[in-house]
Design a protein around this ligand. Sequence first.
Ligand code: A2P
Length: 276
Amino acid sequence: MAAGELTDNGRARVLADGKQIPLLALGVWQVPDGPECENAVRWALEAGYRHIDTAQAYGNEASVGRALRDSGVAREDVFITTKFNPGSRDPEAEAQRSLERLGVDSLDLYIVHWPQGGPTWAWDGMQRARERGYARSIGISNFSASEVDDLLKVAEVAPVVNQVQFSPFEFRRGLLAACEARGLALEAYSPLGTGRHLRDPQVAEIAERLGRTPAQVLIRWALQRGLIVLPKSTHRERIEQNAQVFDFELTSADMDALDGLDGTGGTDRALERLWW
Ligand code: A2P
């Protein structure tokens, strides 16, 4: 199957390196290590999620690994992403540590968490991590279009995803177009605006009319825009609800209305403010 195509059940897409990635993931940013994270991951796997997105900087890889092992779901059936913390120096050595914490032999996806110190210095180490089999695919996060281009000039193995903050309110059209044109799939983090966007009246109106929840509308919008989407929750009923998004469709009128909520001016930048 060609890159960008969806697989048969419409729940995964093919990356530029030929690997398949499930479109819906549980994100575990800001979920404390321990029972809260283990429960969230266990409930997600029970609800049918097959993609978990963690990071070295989140400090909860061990809980993700424990929940995965305890779930009884086969390792090869779950897509695990973690991210290199660019506050440390060596992506290859840090990948090994992530594997130990997660208790797995290989990551499905290993991402540079943000372009601290510039967009290119970490990439050699990311490529080595892939060569050594620590990660099947490698990618980036929080990279603006110009940083993607800087990296592509020097990369031997190109990144296959860029994970950025993305929602109708942060509809970074320019960045999405640039990523798609360069063969990177875009992953949407904070698709609910860390909860803020759930209260928007226009989102609520669409949700009410369709008999859905605001969270489902925002997640569905991301799927229909061709994104991989990573909603976060630690509540079982919300985790379940957020996965019920493959059985309805937003009309093009509703998609247009949601597109109109963008406050970024369709930017090709990944962030309005840097945190490093
Ligand atoms: P909680 O984790 O307490 O369930 P984002 O994915 O944009 O980061 O948003 C995550 C925030 O949205 C969290 O505060 C989460 O709360 C909340 N949230 C996630 N799913 C739902 C939902 N279905 N209904 C209401 N709030 C939700």
